[in-house]
Design a protein. Sequence first.
Length: 41
Amino acid sequence: MDVSDTRKLKAFEDENARLKKLLAEQMLDNAMLRDINAKKW
């Protein structure tokens, strides 16, 4: 693995972490909306 591959791997890992955080936030939002909706009815 050369320097270029290492940089690409780091970029992919950073992107993966960002997307995982985004997914977690969306799942939390979804759970909150479900909870609010359940309490309304």
